[in-house]
Design a protein around this ligand. Structure first.
Ligand code: SF4
Length: 367
C-alpha cells in the first residue's frame, strides 16, 4: 500500500530526520533547491530553522515565470497587440512587468488576452474563433512542455489552422550546469526538481555528479521528502562520493516518462534560449520543429521589440543565481509586494521573493 500524503508531513518522522542530519556533523555546506516549489515548501514548513547553522540553503532558478527574460516578456506583450489576435496564457504571466507595460495592462487597454487553465482551453478558443489567430503563450519547464506539444499535435489532427504556440519553454539540466560553470557560488549539493524529474527521470543529473562533483538528490515537496533529501545529500558529502539518488520514488523513475519524452522529441528541437540572471544557455529551450512551423507563433508573427529594460532596482537576476536572498533586495516588502510586484520573482507562488514574503514569519529567523 502506498503511504498517505500525511505520512510525508509526520512531525515525528521529520524530527527523526533532523536528528540524522545533525549526526552527519557537517559544519559547512551549500545546498541549492533548484525548484521554486521546493523553496515554497521549505519556507512554509520552517525547515531552514531545523537544520544546522552551517548548512546554507539557496533558492535556484526553478520558477518558469521568473526566468523569462525582459525581452521575451516584451515580445509576448507585442504579440498580444497584433490586431485580431487572441493570446491565451496562464494567470501568473499577466502580472509580470515588462519594460513599459504588462499583459494585464495591455488587456486593460483592449488587447484580447485570456487566462486559461490548460492548452485544451486554448484549443477550444481557437475552434470557437476560426477567423482569428489564437496563440498559446508556452511558459514552463519539462513538466509543462509535453502538454504544449500535445496541443500542437491535436491542432494538427483537428486541422485547426488558427492555433499556434509562442514557445518560451525551457529545460533544466543545461541551466544547472551553466550556474555551476558561472562559478559565482560554490554548491555542494542540489535538491533536484521533483515535477521536472517525473518527465525526464533522474539520469540527466548524472553528469552533474560525475563531472562537477556535486551531490544530487531528486525529491518531492513535503517536509519529510525535503529533509530526507538534505540527509542524503549530507551523507554523500561526508562520504566524498557525489552521485544521483532518488528520494521521490513515488513520482520519479531513472528513465522518466518515456511517452512524454517521445512527444517532446516529435514536436520540439533544442535551442539556445535566454534565462533571466543567467543569460543565454545552449540547448535549454524548446523550439517548435520545422515540420510544425505553421503552429509556431515566432515563425508566423515575426515579433520585434525595441531594447528592453529590467525593472529599476530589481535584483531578481542575483536571486535566481543564488547570490542574494530576497530580503536583501531593497525593494522587498516595501515597493515590491505580491499584490504590486516590481519584478517577476514576486509574481508567481513559485517565485523566491513571493515565497519569502508569504512565509516571512518563518523566514525571518532563517539563515
Ligand atoms: Fe525583484 Fe521584487 Fe524580488 Fe526585489 S523583491 S528582487 S524587486 S521581485
Amino acid at each position: 500500500m502506498e503511504p498517505s500524503i500525511e505520512s510525508f508531513r509526520d512531525s515525528e518522522l521529520a524530527l527523526a530526520l533532523v536528528k540524522k542530519i545533525k549526526q552527519h556533523q557537517v559544519e559547512q555546506a551549500c545546498l541549492m533547491e533548484f525548484c521554486g516549489s521546493h523553496t515554497a515548501s521549505i519556507l512554509k514548513y520552517g525547515l531552514r530553522n531545523l537544520i544546522p547553522a552551517g548548512i546554507e540553503m539557496l533558492s535556484g532558478p526553478g520558477c518558469p515565470v521568473c526566468v523569462i527574460t525582459q525581452t521575451d516578456i516584451d515580445r509576448a506583450i507585442a504579440l498580444a497587440q497584433t490586431p485580431d489576435l487572441i493570446l491565451c496564457t496562464f494567470g501568473d504571466m499577466l502580472r509580470v512587468p515588462g519594460t513599459d507595460s504588462s499583459l494585464q495592462q495591455s488587456r486593460a487597454e483592449g488587447c484580447d488576452i485570456r487566462m486559461v487553465y490548460s492548452t485544451l482551453d486554448a484549443l477550444n478558443i481557437a475552434e470557437q474563433n476560426p477567423k482569428r489567430p489564437v496563440v498559446f503563450l508556452g511558459v514552463g519547464f519539462e513538466t509543462t512542455a509535453p502538454t504544449v506539444a500535445a496541443s500542437i499535435t491535436m491542432a494538427h489532427s483537428r486541422k485547426l489552422k488558427n492555433y499556434s504556440v509562442f514557445s518560451l519553454l525551457k529545460n533544466c539540466p543545461p541551466v544547472m550546469k551553466a550556474l555551476i560553470e558561472g562559478g559565482k557560488i560554490r554548491i555542494n549539493g542540489i535538491i533536484c526538481p521533483g515535477h521536472v524529474s517525473a518527465i525526464i527521470g533522474s539520469r540527466p543529473y548524472e553528469s552533474i555528479a560525475s563531472e562537477y562533483g556535486i551531490a544530487c538528490v531528486v525529491t518531492g515537496f513535503e517536509p519529510v521528502d525535503i529533509l530526507m533529501a538534505v540527509d542524503m545529500l549530507l551523507a554523500q558529502i561526508v562520504r566524498g562520493k557525489p552521485l544521483v539518488e532518488n528520494a521521490y520514488g513515488r513520482g520519479v523513475s531513472p528513465q522518466g516518462n518515456l511517452i512524454a519524452q517521445e512527444l517532446l522529441t516529435a514536436v520540439f528541437e533544442m535551442r539556445t534560449i535566454g534565462w533571466r540572471g543567467v543569460g543565454d544557455v545552449a540547448g535549454s529551450g524548446y523550439q517548435i520543429r520545422e515540420q510544425y512551423q505553421n503552429y509556431d507563433a515566432e515563425y508566423l508573427f515575426k515579433i520585434k521589440v525595441g531594447p528592453s529594460k529590467e525593472p529599476a532596482g530589481c535584483m531578481c537576476g542575483d536571486i535566481l543565481r543564488g547570490i542574494i536572498r530576497p530580503p536583501e533586495c531593497p525593494l522587498f516588502g516595501k515597493v515590491c509586494l505580491p499584490e504590486r510586484p516590481a519584478g517577476p520573482c514576486m509574481v508567481s507562488g513559485e517565485g523566491a521573493c513571493a515565497s519569502y514574503y508569504t512565509y516571512r514569519d518563518s523566514a525571518r529567523s532563517v539563515r
